[in-house]
Design a protein around this ligand. Structure first.
Ligand SMILES: [Zn+2]
Length: 339
């Protein structure tokens, strides 16, 4: 089965947080957090459609300049999501530069910023590059509370954690994975083609079983046309597999309210990216700065019953001790003493 996305920590486990999530077959990528991205190649940056920023501490948000610089004049539309107050911050960042020449760019560039508003509803604003990033407030799509993005193939949800400021944690959930049985298509005398995407779209949308699906194609024998019901095609040519889930948690104090929210968000995740900046013996420092220790990160992974935990965002004070941090996380995750 081809995975829908691949993940990569742009700066490894020690540098600024930035998790690049590549939907390579869609020529598209998402990113969780936007720290220093000077190591991320331009062609990868240009694939970004949506970037989710946990909070505006500099190591999570300073990469915006590089995105804007590369996307200017390229007909891009970049969506940015962040905690309450984020739209203003995006505006301040963009208005920190002079833009008197941008009218000359051939293609428009739009930055869209979204943040949770009153009653769980999103607030939304557009910033137009050609108009010196003038802000235009817009109504946001109506989504269930906590949902930031909802598409055919996946959704992204967020919860607000306490880091002495609101800090968002994210979950990326694939919807049901639909694979095509090529041999069954052959048996039915049907070709591959764009109609399969249409069929998958109908299935994901929950269209009725008796919905007719038309398939038209050309080959050496001329034009052909077939019509089958959605239900028949679904049973015969599609295999439905549970989608993968990724959860991402950084910069959170360890207390009951955060713990409940994190465990709810990350429950049964296949991949759990979690900050583990501090060794267990530095717990004092961790609690002073509203961060997790290695054992706390591992315990959260255990309580959420995730399949795989990837600790990162290691503090510079533990340079050289990364293996010990990892061992402490894994010990708590597996509920065994650290060796
Ligand atoms: Zn922070």
């Amino acid at each position: 089965m081809k995975p829908l996305f691949h993940t990569r920590l742009v700066n490894g486990t020690r540098g600024d947080p930035a998790l690049y999530i590549d939907f390579q077959f869609r020529r598209r990528a998402l990113m969780f957090d936007l720290g220093d991205v000077s190591r991320l190649e331009p062609r990868r940056i240009l694939r970004l459609s949506d970037v989710f920023v946990s909070h505006a501490h500099m190591d999570h948000f300073m990469g915006l300049d590089r995105l804007v610089r590369l996307m200017l004049g390229r007909g891009k539309h970049l969506r940015l999501y962040g905690p309450p107050g984020f739209i203003d911050r995006v505006g301040h960042r963009l208005h920190g530069y002079t833009w008197n020449l941008v009218r000359n760019y051939a293609e428009p560039f739009i930055v869209e910023a979204l943040e949770p508003g009153a009653g769980g509803r999103l607030r939304r604003a557009l910033f137009h590059a050609r108009e010196a990033f003038r802000q235009e407030d817009r109504t946001a799509p109506s989504l269930p509370p906590g949902t930031l993005l909802d598409e055919d193939e996946f959704r992204v949800r967020a919860v607000q954690l306490d880091h002495r400021i609101p800090c968002l944690a994210f979950a990326l959930e694939e919807k049901v994975h639909l694979n095509v049985w090529k041999n069954r298509l052959d048996e039915m005398g049907l070709p591959t083609g764009p109609w399969l995407n249409h069929l998958k779209h109908l299935v994901r949308r929950g269209a009725p079983e008796d919905t007719p699906v038309e398939i038209a194609w050309q080959d050496r024998g001329g034009g052909h046309r077939a019509i089958h019901t959605l239900g028949k095609l679904r049973r015969q040519v599609l295999q439905e597999v549970r989608g993968r889930k990724l959860a991402y948690v950084v910069d959170a104090a360890f207390h009951d309210a955060n713990r409940r929210r994190i465990v709810d968000l990350a429950r049964d995740a296949d991949l759990f990216y979690v900050e583990a900046p501090f060794l267990n013996e530095a717990h004092q420092r961790a609690s002073e700065t509203a961060h997790l220790t290695a054992a706390q990160a591992g315990l959260l992974a255990r309580e959420a019953r995730v399949k795989r935990v990837i600790p990162f965002h290691f503090s510079a004070r533990h340079t050289g001790d990364e293996a010990r941090i990892r061992a402490q996380v894994m010990a708590a995750f597996r509920d065994r003493p650290a060796g």
